[in-house]
Design a protein around this ligand. Structure first.
Ligand code: PLP
Length: 767
């Protein structure tokens, strides 16, 4: 806390530009081990606890994950906090302190069952309630207007319902640098007016009821990843945290300034996806209505202040809100959005005279059907920087989704390939590997990941390979024990650990993976004496509670597991495991134990991926498509050290249009594929029931399958056979594993944050 106070003081003393990272999600995980490592206290605390008769490992296992996020997007925000603290970037994270994080997943009869994650029921030692920082946030009702003394339109938002936002701070220590930054998460509290509103009518219970209702704003994280949520409560959450955050931003700015001329030189705001994009009309509202600036001046400040990160190309994930809802919940913001749009469309008409299509596509308002506000369009227009999260993703943004905007603002869209923090994803989760590397090349790599290159010199050294294998074997043994404990399945630590862990989504193609498992199963039955490498195929991941197909895919995985694991003909040559409740602390146990990392999304659908980086940094080889950051991993590690299969994004585009082959062609001509599909359809994994998995079989055989599973299946099966062969050659596999780790330098989130700092925020690392 002392270090945190000192850090905040230096921010004020230096009057430097500050960065505000706005995210509706922070998937932090546990903090104890991370804080001890970053502060260099691990040994002291271990010893102190021993003297008290406690084991630090046991204690660490008792900490609840702070799971305030769904998946990659929220985990990226958490990795960024670690890098920002380590690199001494003058930045804050801002978000919501949900009472309930991502749901807890149980598997019952092979199906996902959700229960609430009440992670704060006994409080959290890492959260500090700051009762001095409480701000009112307004909702609903109406806007009045008049002309001021200069004849300018002036609006006031009145008769509003008020919810209070209370600051809760989480301290994030940098690695070994005495620097501690602040993550400020807002909690909703009822306003005093609410307490009194029912007073006169004597409706005591009613007043408590309203109070409870207003506090539901920060109650629960929406559990859908890459699917938009249309509920009013979600929009209110977004505005709630944006409005409270801007109270803080304005308070700090106005301490040292009487006008707004210098605002963009002192404040940078990064929007993590469009979730906080309502911040754009909010800043306009503050500058126009509260501070009386002219529109043009206010707009110039806005664009220079904001930057927007896009995380997905999937149309079903792009946020839109009905005009009706925004008009009702945030009436003044709707007026401002209309005015932003009016002025912007004038610009479009000047730039592209006569193009009705451009006007229709680029408008913030979607006009066909119920009128809706396109948050991505608002975010692009209101930001000076729009970034994709990997090279391919950014190219596809420029070429397809945001083509018109790229034509209009050719310098706005840029690429910032995602990264992961090596503190959590190597040093903390894989201490034995981190120590082995350190013995060989020193420990500077922890804050300068490019130094891992020095390992290349040891890749062929048999003694080093031996120690490398021993570390992996130890990690696999630990994971085996966990699997035994949680799933009652015995697995062989000498088998290949073939792992796919991530949110369950059709585009990520867990189904493709299970098709290979079935093919392998059939092959083992047909060839009882084959010497093919034994495999333990491990899955984990949550499905959005409303996502039927994803839940059915979980049921198929668990059903295949039941059949395969019980089949006496298979012995220990194949085991299938679904580990329940994938979260950050489970990921930390899984990554160090992987031999093979499955990154098999349809090319052009996974924006970046970060799971791919965690695996590789821990010595797993990747089997993957040319998608997201896989492409950049290939460029770094070299084609001989990664297993690439399947269509390119361009080929996917082409096939969708021209359908040169259909899934039925493949089913009818390839007997292996035929057998896999029939096994699912005929009930081999559902006790003869042919209905349960019918929807999946229909999807697979449909020529409209948007994810083209069967079109990639043959190439995937061939690639997996190569992998099976090569895994048996321990020396070559170890060499590849070492080279993967040696060449992961690029994927440190320190590199990513350095690029954001210099190229978007205009700040320098290191105060
Ligand atoms: C890294 C991580 C993710 C993202 O994984 P992808 O494979 O990139 O989708 C999701 N959830 C958790 C818990 C993670 O640690």
């Amino acid at each position: 806390m002392e270090k945190w106070i000192n850090t905040q003081k230096t921010f004020y003393a230096e009057k430097k530009k500050r960065v505000y990272y706005l995210s509706l999600e922070f998937l932090v995980g546990r903090s104890l081990g991370n804080a001890l490592i970053n502060m260099g206290l691990m040994n002291e605390v271990t010893e102190a606890l021993e003297q008290l008769g406690h084991d630090l490992e046991d204690l660490r296992e008792r900490e609840e994950d702070a799971a305030l996020g769904n998946g990659g997007l929220g985990r990226l925000a958490a990795c960024f906090m670690d890098s920002i603290a380590t690199m001494k970037i003058p930045a804050y994270g801002y978000g919501i302190c949900y009472d309930y994080g991502i749901f807890h997943q149980k598997i019952i009869d092979g199906y996902q069952v959700e229960s609430p994650d009440s992670w704060l029921r006994f409080g959290s030692p890492w959260m500090y309630e700051r009762t001095a920082f409480v701000y009112p946030v307004n909702f609903y009702r109406r806007v009045t207007s008049c002309l001021d003394e200069n004849g300018n339109y002036r609006a006031t938002w009145i008769d509003t319902e008020v919810v209070m936002a209370m600051a809760c701070d989480m301290l994030v220590p940098g690695f070994n640098n005495d620097h501690v930054i602040n993550m400020r998460l807002w909690k909703a509290r009822a306003s005093r007016e609410l307490d009194l509103s029912h007073f006169n009518v004597g409706d005591y219970i009613g007043s408590v009821d309203d109070k409870v209702r207003s506090e539901t704003l920060s109650k629960v994280l929406y559990p859908s990843d890459e699917i938009r949520e249309g509920q009013e409560l979600r929009l209110k959450q977004q505005y709630f945290f944006v409005a409270a955050t801007f109270c803080d931003i304005m308070r700090r700015y106005l301490k040292h300034n009487d006008d707004f001329i210098d605002f963009p030189n002192q404040v940078a705001v990064q929007l993590n996806d469009t979730h906080p994009a309502i911040a754009i009309p909010e800043l306009m509202r503050l500058l126009l209505d509260d501070h009386g600036l002219a529109w043009e001046v206010a707009w110039d400040i806005c664009v220079k202040t904001f930057a927007y990160t896009n995380h997905t190309l999937m149309p079903e994930a792009l946020e839109t809100w009905s005009v009706e809802m925004i008009s009702r919940v945030l009436p003044r913001h709707m007026e401002i959005i209309y005015e932003i749009n009016r002025r912007f469309l004038e610009e479009v008409a000047m730039k592209f005279p006569g193009s009705k299509r451009k006007i229709r596509e680029m408008s913030i308002i979607e006009e066909d059907g119920v009128r809706r506000v396109r948050m991505a369009n608002l975010a692009i227009i209101g930001s000076h920087s729009v970034n994709g999260v990997a090279a391919l993703h950014t190219e596809l943004l420029k070429r397809d989704l945001f083509r018109n905007f790229h034509e209009m603002y050719p310098r706005r869209i840029n690429s910032k390939t995602n990264g992961i923090t090596p503190r959590r994803w190597l040093l903390k989760c894989n201490p034995d590997l981190a120590a082995l590397i350190g013995e060989e090349i020193g420990f500077d790599y922890i804050t300068d990941l490019d130094q891992l290159r020095k390992l290349e010199a040891h890749a062929d050294d048999p003694a080093f390979q031996k120690r490398w294998q021993q570390v992996k074997r130890g990690n696999k043994q630990k994971l085996s024990a966990l699997i035994e404990q949680t799933c009652a399945i015995t697995v062989d630590p000498d088998s290949m650990f073939d792992i796919q862990v991530k949110r369950i989504h059709e585009y990520k193609r867990q189904l493709l993976n299970i098709l290979h498992v079935i093919a392998f199963y059939h092959r083992l039955i047909g060839e009882p004496d084959s010497t093919e490498a034994a495999r333990t195929v491990i899955f984990a991941g949550k499905a959005a509670p409303s996502y039927k197909r994803a839940k059915l895919i979980i049921k198929l995985i668990t059903s295949v597991a039941d059949v395969v694991n019980r089949d006496p003909r298979i012995k220990d040559r194949l085991k299938v495991v679904f580990l329940p409740n994938y979260n950050v602390s489970l990921a930390e146990k899984i990554m160090p134990a992987a031999d093979l990392s499955e990154q098999i999304s349809t090319a052009g659908t996974e924006a970046s991926g970060t799971g791919n980086m965690k695996f590789s940094l821990n010595g797993a080889l990747t089997v993957g498509t040319l998608d997201g950051a896989n492409i950049e991993i290939l460029e770094e590690v070299g084609s001989e050290n990664i297993y690439i299969f399947g269509m390119t994004a361009e080929q996917v585009e082409y096939e969708k249009l021209h359908k040169s082959r259909t899934p039925l062609d493949i089913y009818n001509t390839n007997p292996v594929v035929h057998r896999i599909i029939d096994a699912i359809g005929n009930g081999q994994f559902s006790s003869g029931d042919t209905e349960t998995f019918r929807p999946l079989v229909d999807d697979l055989l449909s020529e409209h399958d948007p994810y083209l599973l069967l079109l990639d299946l043959e190439s995937y099966l061939t690639c997996q056979e190569t992998i099976s062969r090569e895994f048996l050659d321990k020396r070559t596999w170890s060499r590849k594993s070492i080279l993967n780790v040696a060449r992961m330098g690029k994927f440190s989130s320190d590199r990513t944050i350095g690029e954001y700092a210099r190229e978007i925020w205009g700040v320098e690392p290191g105060i």
